[in-house]
Design a protein around this ligand. Structure first.
Ligand code: HEM
Length: 345
């Protein structure tokens, strides 16, 4: 009975870790083992094995000591432990990661720093030497930007060693000197059903308004990451994003007398929800483009002054207006309308 529970726990844990680390190439099952000739430690890029080793390293993080010295073209790092079991884990992990880099088998791709690291794998030279208690690493590059990347990555490992499992989900931004052109699109989900960062199902309670659309995320961390660098995770406009769910308010709650919310802005149309309260009036004005107006809630009127026409606005009323037609909208006493401007003829 308890064995079964353990088995189930192990399976759930494995799934959790696979997702969290973003380990790729599961289907490849490649025999990529590469003898390290360094005391028979585990080798190569066996994914479940890599995952277990990383998990064990997190678990034993307090038994690990690590020093990193940045040098002009990279870094020297020594990572060790007094516990023979942890020494073995450190060696196994480091050699396995060396193979991953060499074979372009990325890991943790939702984290911008790790994504960039594997993108530049060919420019990284990682020399690993086993010490009595762990590993010594000399990691260098001839590309100044890649030097920054590997130094940032080494710092992130030190952070893992210091903080253990609590740092597992932390994302690492790219170092400052990242040239714009290097920034690669990292988006995984559509921001409606799946998180733009991880591709996991979204939590509808976690959202942000970005470029005129509501984007949903799996967690607050992902939201903060995308708000900082939307272009890395969200496709620019409707040409690529085929559907957006807009944040339409179907009831008039409390608020300002005149409230304008931008719900969507694309290459060919702009959609706004305008709510007028307390008999507010949108004074006579005209739009250069064709528009449609749909009443969503409340009551009001729209007047086309030139023609002396008045149309009552109540939920469900939908009307079109040609360009340059002067019109005025009045709330009786409150009305909410959806305005669509077609910006391309
Ligand atoms: C307590 C946790 C960890 C320890 C002690 C550890 C240790 C190490 C060491 C010693 C290296 C060699 C490079 C260096 O020393 O700077 C290394 C490289 C690497 N580690 Fe870890 N690691 C940990 C967690 C992780 C995690 C969570 C991941 C990703 C899921 C990861 C992915 C990598 C990769 C991709 C490399 C090779 C790239 C490079 O060195 O630039 N490590 N790790």
């Amino acid at each position: 009975m308890s064995q079964n529970i353990n088995k189930r726990l192990n399976i759930s844990l494995s799934i959790l870790l696979l997702t969290a680390f973003g380990i790729s190439g599961l289907a490849q099952g490649q025999g990529q083992s590469q003898g390290n000739g360094q005391g028979g430690m585990g080798m190569g890029g066996n994914q479940p094995q890599d995952m277990q080793t990383i998990h064990a390293l997190f678990g034993d993080h307090q038994k690990i000591s690590r020093t990193v010295k940045n040098i002009a073209n990279g870094l020297e790092a020594v990572t060790e432990s007094d516990d023979p079991k942890v020494q073995a884990l450190i060696k196994e992990h480091t050699w396995a990661m060396k193979v991953r880099l060499k074979n372009h088998q990325p890991i943790r791709q939702w984290d911008p720093l790790f994504a960039a690291l594997f993108q530049h794998a060919d420019k990284i030279k990682l020399e690993v030497t086993n010490t009595a208690k762990g590993v010594k690493v000399l990691e260098t590059s001839t590309d100044p930007y890649v030097v920054k990347l590997i130094q940032s990555h080494a710092a992130s490992i030190s952070e893992h060693v210091k903080e253990g499992m609590s740092s597992m989900h932390k994302r690492h931004e790219l170092p400052d000197a990242a040239p714009k052109a290097e920034a690669k699109f990292l988006g995984k989900g559509d921001g409606v059903m799946t998180c733009p960062v991880t591709g996991e199902p979204v939590d509808k309670n976690i959202s942000a308004e970005i470029n005129g659309r509501t984007v949903y995320f799996c967690c607050a961390n992902c939201r903060d990451t995308v708000v900082k660098n939307p272009e890395l995770y969200l496709k620019p406009n409707s040409a690529e994003v085929t559907m957006n769910v807009l944040k339409l308010q179907t009831e008039i709650g409390a608020g300002k007398d005149k409230q304008v919310e931008l719900l969507f802005e694309g290459a060919q149309r702009k959609i706004q929800q305008i709510t007028l309260r307390n008999r507010a009036v949108l004074a006579a004005h005209k739009a250069a483009e064709p528009i449609t107006i749909q009443c969503i809630a409340g009551k009001g009127v729209i007047r086309i002054s030139e023609k002396g026409e008045t149309i009552e606005l109540r939920p469900g009323v939908l009307l079109t207006l040609e360009p340059n037609v002067m019109h005025e909208v009045e709330a009786l006493p409150a009305v909410s309308i959806l305005l669509t401007r077609f910006t391309e003829k």
